[in-house]
Design a protein. Structure first.
Lengths: 111, 251
């Protein structure tokens, strides 16, 4: 085996092993998502003023995190995948907050 | 890690024949192939996040601008249907996740059952959405030539909604902006429903393939990646439900 081939061989373990998620995890997440749905609907019936949207979006984000981590296997995925998703979400949030900060900080109708 | 083919390892010339039929020749191993495909799927899903993100941002900005119109528009939606659809979609995500497990553990009949249940729940979601859309057509809340401002200029004309929210009549110029709310409502839920329809089409294809045993012989990438797509559609709905149905109930 040539030196280069040996080098390739040694880097092989970098590859990610396929992880089979236990069905009990899916069941727990399923019920957690149902509880989250019940909670957010219940919260929407209470008048919390400006906190209604905040709570609804916080619960939605919690549910979305469960879906991404467990149903979409990100918790068990490679570092490359995690980094890519993190970068994507960061870019998305940066774009949204820059756009919104522009709209919020302009003196509409006064120029 | 390398871009060189499997035979570059100095192995005997015919060694590359001893690999599973689903391993493409430009990959070193099944794991590398699965990694690459999952990575590509996530890149696609990130473009989808940006796509829906644009629509969400438009919704947030217009909601800020024409706040009373968006609150009044949101009051026309039925929270019960929305909640029911959320539960249906979460259920379909669960059956899809179980389907991936069945494929991984090579249970052919379990996989077919899970995919069929996912498909049925997806159709239930679209059925409930149709009931809601139908009501919007009957109430003339579909943007366009036949759009009617009656529900917003005279809230008492719609007794069921008025009993729940006691909305005050909107001024004509603000009432007109409810049409923007419903434009965004149809754009967002319509694009979401289109993703569901495409997903159901792929599900039907997968059910036939799964029956033939295609995904229960060790190669689960297709089922897994479709699962990611399906969960992503569920994820978009989680936010749509909060933004369209829930956040304006008390304003």
């Amino acid at each position: 085996m040539s030196e280069q081939a040996q080098h390739l061989e040694s880097e092989h373990p970098v590859e990610h092993e396929h992880h089979v998620v236990n069905p009990s995890v899916y069941v727990v997440i399923f019920f957690a998502l149902l509880v989250g749905t019940a909670l957010t609907v219940w919260a929407s019936f209470i008048d919390l003023g400006p906190w209604n949207p905040v709570i609804a979006l916080a619960i939605a984000t919690g549910k979305a995190t469960l879906v991404v981590l467990y149903f979409m296997h990100v918790k068990y995925s490679s570092k490359l995948t995690k980094l890519t998703i993190g970068a994507g979400i960061f870019t998305f949030l940066a774009l949204i907050s820059m756009t919104l900060s522009d709209y919020i900080s302009r003196a509409w109708g006064r120029w | 890690m390398s871009d060189s083919p499997a035979i570059a390892h100095g192995a005997p010339a015919d060694a590359h024949l001893e690999h599973p039929s689903y391993l493409r020749h430009h990959f070193n191993s099944v794991e590398q192939q699965a990694d690459t495909t999952n990575f590509a799927m996530w890149l696609f899903l990130l473009t989808e996040i940006m796509f829906f993100g644009g629509l969400f941002t438009a919704y947030l900005i217009y909601r800020n601008w024409y706040y009373p119109a968006f609150v009044a528009g949101s009051h026309q939606l039925n929270v019960v249907w929305g909640t029911l659809n959320t539960v249906v979609l979460i259920g379909s995500s669960f059956t899809m996740a179980m389907g991936v497990w069945c494929a991984e553990t090579r249970r052919r009949r379990g996989l077919v059952l899970c995919l069929t249940l996912t498909c049925i729940l997806g159709l239930c979601f679209l059925g409930i959405k149709t009931v809601e859309y139908r009501e919007k057509f009957e109430m003339h809340h579909v943007p366009g030539q036949h759009y009617s401002l009656q529900s917003f200029l005279d809230p008492q004309s719609n007794p069921a909604v008025f009993a729940e929210y006691h909305d005050k009549p909107l001024a004509l110029d603000m009432a007109r902006h409810t049409e923007i709310y419903f434009s965004l409502y149809f754009a967002l839920t319509g694009m979401h429903a289109l993703h569901m329809i495409i997903g159901i089409g792929i599900l039907v294809f997968m059910i036939f393939r799964a029956q033939a045993g295609a995904y229960t012989a060790g190669h689960v990438t297709f089922v897994e990646n479709f699962g990611y797509y399906w969960h992503f559609v569920d994820l978009v709905w989680i936010y749509l439900f909060a933004l369209l149905y829930l956040i304006s109930r008390h304003q």
